[in-house]
Write a protein that binds this ligand. Structure first.
Ligand code: ADP
Length: 325
């Protein structure tokens, strides 16, 4: 790991990579990149590279996990072994389980799960290259993959982090700022302005916390614009696709979308339940992952206001299974 820089912000108010304190890293995204997923998105944000894939809604097996009145969302955040300088040991770690949990919760208020009782919507977020802010990058990509899959949602979810370096609040920390900075506060915000993920690592004052929220809101607003633009571009292209005139051709199209092909039925599309089975088996968790235990605290959100107190302890995977049974 490189050494701590002497200063993160120069006399002109610019950061080491030339950004202003309230500027996010350049972001680009593309949807529909995986032909076997129902929805997908590849996203680059600074040096972060993330791929999100969505499968479903589809019937949830085993059936004991089904919810009678809504679909279950499963979210798996995973860092590729080659995504950081040191190889990451494959398989779930405490950090990735925590990120998967809070990210799933970031989507639960917006996805119209009640439309699909007994179903599951699987979201896979794969970090291919990491440079801080990967949980937020993954949420941005997952939001697009869900939209690409046509999952009904109240709106999109956008995410970014604010933090503190050299005594100043900054938006969208890169790796050095995250490693050596004083605080990191990732957030996810719906297009209606509701905060659905709020974590904090480090010490800041209440004033700084308010500033962090304002900065993240503005960052998420910019990300939302890009997300909407990306979706509009896709649907503009779809408008150009010729729809067959003849009735029988159209019915064939409808049938083909409803009937899973043999190939699909037998597909070896990865299932999160396999991963979750891994997750609930504590022995499977890399011992080394103890060291990776997250420093983040969930922050309680009360009617738009946030307190510094801890809220619900991370549910144990066993609880989660009971809940969904
Ligand atoms: P986020 O990526 O959401 O900011 P963290 O704050 O936990 O999450 O991690 C910050 C950065 O530290 C990551 O983006 C990644 O570059 C690096 N990192 C995280 N976990 C590991 C790990 N196990 N090994 C090496 N680098 C890691």
């Amino acid at each position: 790991m490189s050494d701590k820089p002497e200063k993160f912000i120069d006399e002109n108010g610019l950061r080491l990579d030339g950004r202003r304190v309230d500027e996010i890293r350049p972001m680009k995204m593309e949807i529909g990149v995986l032909s076997r997923a129902d929805g997908s998105c590849y996203l680059e944000w600074g040096k972060n590279k993330v791929l999100a894939a969505v499968y479903g809604p589809r019937e949830l097996h085993p059936r004991r996990l089904q919810k009678a009145d809504s679909a279950l969302i499963r979210y798996r955040y995973n860092m590729a072994a080659f995504s950081v300088e040191d190889r990451i040991r494959p398989g779930p770690s405490r950090r990735s389980i925590e990120i998967s949990k809070v990210s799933r919760e970031a989507f639960e208020p917006v996805v119209l799960t009640h439309l699909y009782p007994g179903a599951v919507i699987d979201v896979f977020a794969e970090v291919l290259q990491a440079d801080a802010g990967t949980r937020t990058a993954a949420i941005n990509a997952a939001s697009m993959a869900l939209a690409d899959a046509g999952i009904p949602m109240k709106g999109l979810v956008s995410a970014c982090a604010a933090g503190k370096v050299d005594g100043q609040m900054i938006l969208d920390l890169d790796k050095a700022e995250d490693n050596f900075g004083d605080a990191d506060i990732p957030m996810a915000i719906t297009s209606e302005g509701e905060i659905t993920l709020l974590q904090m690592d480090g010490d800041i004052t209440q004033e700084e916390f308010k500033k962090a929220i304002e900065m993240c809101k503005e960052g998420c607003r910019q990300i939302l614009e890009l997300q909407k633009e990306t979706l509009k571009n896709k649907f503009a292209k779809l408008d150009e696709v010729e729809i067959p005139d003849e009735e029988e051709d159209v019915s064939a199209l409808v049938e083909s979308t409803l009937e899973p092909s043999e190939e699909e039925e037998e597909s070896d599309i990865p299932k999160i339940e396999d991963a979750e089975e891994d997750i609930i088996d504590d022995d499977e968790i890399d011992d080394k992952s103890e060291d990776e235990e997250s420093d983040y605290e969930d922050v309680e959100i009360v009617e738009g206001e946030s307190s510094f107190e801890d809220v619900d302890e991370a549910e144990s995977p066993e609880d989660e299974e009971e809940e969904t049974a």
